[in-house]
Design a protein around this ligand. Structure first.
Ligand code: NAP
Length: 337
C-alpha cells in the first residue's frame, strides 16, 4: 500500500498548472493533499475541484511537502525551487531554469528514466517540442544511431501560456467580425490567420531562437549523444493546443520506413497513426502521434516523419506527473526496446 504524498503545484492557475491538477486527479496520484500556489493576484481563488490557491511569497509555508511540481516560469523556479528542496520536497520543474545544469537530470519518462537515479532533489522537465520528438526518436536512436536531425516545428500558442491563447482568440474574433484586431502583445506579429517563422526569442548576437537552442541542447543531453547534429526552425501557428513537427532523421545504420513503423508500434508513449496526425486529434491525449513515415529519397540512410502531441499534456504536465510517479515509486519505468 502506497502512502499519501503531500504535493505542491506551483503555477497552478496557468495552462500547464491547470493540466497538472487535472492529471493528478485523472491518474489517481496517491496524494494526501494537493496545495496550489500562484501569485498574490490569484491567492484565495477557488479552482475546479475546490482547491484554494495560496500565494507564493515570504509568508508561504513550504514545510511538509514530498513533491513540488513547478510551472511558473524560470525566474520563479530559480528563486523558489531550491527553497522547496531545502524544506524537504523533490521538485519537478517545467521551466528552462535548470535544464542546462549538468548536475540536474533532464528526463523524459519513456526515454531516460535511469537519469532519475542521480537526482538530488531537483529534476528538470524538457521543453515541449523536444519532449514529443524524443519519445518518438529514442527507439530509433537505440536501434540505428541518429547522426543528424532536420526539424521544423509548428507550435501552438498554448506553448507560450494563457495570455497567448487569449491573444489568438481576441485577434481571431475581431478579424471574423471585420473589426481591427487588437495589437499583438505576446508575439511580435499578429498570430491569428498568420504563421510566425521564429518561435521564441533571440538572444543578443544569436540568429537562432531560444526555442531552437533548447531543442538542440536538450536532444543531446537526454539521448546522451553530444555528437548528434540538429538543424531546427521553430515556428508558431494559430493553433490553440498541440505542437506538430516535420522531422528528417539521418541514421548511422540504414533503417527502412517499415522497420521504423514496427519499432514505433511497440514504443512506450507512441501511437503510429494511419491517417495524418493533427493537433485537434491529439488534444487531450497523452500519446505522441507519428505519421507519414517515409524514406528520404535524397539520402540512403534518412527518412522523414510527422510528429504531433498535446504540448500541455505529454509536452509538459503528463511527463511531470509521470516523473512524480516514478520518484514516488507508484509506477515503474517502462521497458525500453
Ligand atoms: N505551455 C507549455 O506548453 C509549456 C510546456 C513546457 C514547459 N512550460 C513552462 O511552464 C511554465 C508555465 O507555463 P504556462 O504555459 O502554464 O504559463 P501561464 O499560463 O502563463 O501560467 C503561469 C503560472 O505561473 C504563475 N506565476 C507566475 N509568476 C509567479 C510567481 N512569481 N510566483 C508564483 N506563481 C507565479 C501564474 O500565476 P498567476 O495566475 O497568479 O499569474 C500562473 O499560475 C513556464 O516556465 C513554461 O516555460 C510550458
Amino acid at each position: 500500500m502506497t502512502r499519501g504524498y503531500r504535493v505542491a503545484v506551483v503555477g497552478a492557475t496557468g495552462v500547464v498548472g491547470t493540466t497538472m491538477l487535472e492529471l493528478l486527479r485523472e491518474r489517481s496520484f496517491p496524494a494526501s493533499e494537493i496545495v496550489p500556489f500562484a501569485t498574490e493576484r490569484s491567492a484565495g481563488r477557488e479552482l475546479d475541484g475546490g482547491l484554494v490557491v495560496r500565494a507564493l511569497n515570504e509568508e508561504a509555508d513550504l514545510r511538509g511537502f514530498d513533491l513540488a511540481l513547478f510551472s511558473a516560469g524560470a525566474g520563479t523556479s530559480r528563486e523558489w525551487a531550491p527553497r522547496f528542496v531545502e524544506a524537504g520536497a523533490t521538485v519537478v520543474d517545467n521551466s528552462s531554469a535548470w535544464r542546462r545544469d549538468p548536475s540536474i537530470p533532464l528526463v523524459v519518462s519513456e526515454v531516460n528514466p535511469h537519469a532519475l537515479e542521480r537526482h538530488r532533489g531537483l529534476i528538470a522537465n524538457p521543453n515541449c517540442s523536444t519532449m514529443q520528438m524524443l519519445v518518438a526518436l529514442a527507439p530509433i536512436h537505440r536501434r540505428a544511431g541518429i547522426e543528424r536531425l532536420v526539424v521544423s516545428t509548428y507550435q501552438s500558442v498554448s506553448g507560450t501560456g494563457k495570455k497567448a491563447v487569449d491573444e489568438l482568440d481576441a485577434q481571431s474574433r475581431a478579424s471574423l467580425n471585420h473589426k481591427d484586431p487588437p495589437a499583438p502583445e505576446v508575439y511580435p506579429e499578429p498570430i491569428a490567420f498568420n504563421v510566425i517563422g521564429a518561435a521564441g526569442n533571440f538572444a543578443d548576437g544569436d540568429d537562432h531562437t531560444d526555442e531552437e537552442r533548447k531543442m538542440m541542447f536538450e536532444t543531446r543531453k537526454i539521448l546522451e549523444a553530444p555528437e548528434i547534429g540538429v538543424a531546427v526552425t521553430c515556428g508558431r501557428v494559430p493553433v490553440r493546443v498541440g505542437h506538430s513537427e516535420a522531422v528528417n532523421v539521418q541514421t548511422r545504420d540504414a533503417i527502412g520506413p517499415e522497420e521504423v513503423r514496427e519499432l514505433l508500434a511497440s514504443a512506450p508513449g507512441v501511437e503510429v497513426a494511419e491517417a495524418v496526425p493533427t493537433p485537434l486529434k491529439a488534444e487531450g491525449r497523452d500519446e505522441v502521434f507519428v505519421g507519414r513515415i517515409r524514406a528520404d529519397e535524397s539520402h540512403p540512410r534518412a527518412f522523414s516523419m510527422w510528429i504531433v502531441s498535446d504540448n500541455l499534456r505529454k509536452g509538459a504536465a503528463t511527463n511531470a506527473v509521470q516523473i512524480a510517479e516514478l520518484v514516488a515509486g507508484v509506477r515503474s519505468a517502462p521497458q525500453l526496446a
